[in-house]
Design a protein around this ligand. Structure first.
Ligand code: BTN
Length: 260
């Protein structure tokens, strides 16, 4: 079982994980984190749960998880000065690095917020933001599949979803992974403020789609083209097959097909 003392032991972070809470079960760790947003002392708080009854994914999807099989956590950022697009890039880099350092195979980023091992989804990130009393507050929700077996996933997801254990053929240590994740987030969120170029460099190294053919759905219209890169404010830059270059913001775009 996860517990706050193990996660916080010798954790040398400056902002992320200054306080850590672990719930045995909650509806969504994102909702739990939002409950603490009224007090600015809670900046950097991380809420973990062993189980969620109403885990949320992007685009109104449900995030399914069985008890104690995953890392399910949400990080509260109060009065954040970085833009959500930049935070999403930083979080994706941090999650991919943390998984990669956990003895597993290298994890890659599928824009905007999927983390893949061997081309299959292993983790997802859900960034939520709210303005309150002049502050811009964010919650970064992260779900990492750790101990799931193939048949833990619904049939329709078995070709596209995986876990660290399946891909690395070992049993990952969730406490070590949680600590690495908080350290990695702490480092990359500092870079997001001071050194955007460093985030972009690392993002390009870890991106699974650069130069690949993708099909995107934007405002219910379909666009196909090759990924040229990322703009930290405007989103994914795509050379369209029908001509022209276009940017796609993460907030309004769904990846329909990726990787030819
Ligand atoms: C996605 O890929 O669609 C994003 C999934 C994010 C899931 C995590 S699990 C912890 C946190 N709490 C939630 O309700 N969602 C995020």
């Amino acid at each position: 079982m996860l517990n706050p003392d193990d996660i916080k032991a010798h954790l040398k972070t400056t902002r992320i994980g200054r306080d850590v809470i672990v719930y045995a079960s909650t509806a969504s760790t994102n909702d739990a984190a939002w409950h603490y947003a009224a007090n600015k002392e809670n900046d950097g708080l991380v809420v973990f749960a062993e189980q969620q009854s109403a885990g949320r994914g992007r685009g109104g999807n449900t995030w399914l998880s069985q008890k104690s099989q995953s890392i399910l956590c949400s990080i509260l950022l109060i009065n954040e000065t970085c833009q959500p697009e930049m935070l999403t890039l930083a979080a994706a880099v941090a999650v991919a690095e943390a998984i990669g350092r956990c003895g597993s195979k290298q994890a890659r980023i599928k824009w905007p917020n999927d983390i893949l091992i061997n081309g299959k989804k292993t983790a997802g990130i859900l960034l939520e933001s709210k303005r309150s009393k002049g502050n811009f507050n964010c919650v970064i929700g992260i779900g990492i599949n750790c101990h799931q077996k193939k048949d833990s996933f619904p049939v329709e997801l078995r070709q596209t979803a995986t876990s660290i254990d399946i891909e690395s053929k070992t049993t990952c240590d969730r406490i070590s992974l949680a600590k690495r994740l908080l350290i990695s987030l702490d480092d990359w969120l500092i870079e997001a403020k001071n050194n955007e170029a460093a985030i972009l460099d690392r993002w390009y190294q870890l991106c699974a789609q650069l130069g690949r053919r993708v099909t995107l759905s934007y405002n219910r219209r379909s666009f196909t083209g090759r990924v040229l890169g990322i703009d930290p404010r405007e989103g994914l830059i795509v050379q369209l097959e029908k001509g022209g270059v276009r940017m796609f913001s993460a907030a309004h775009t769904t990846m329909v097909r990726s990787g030819d």
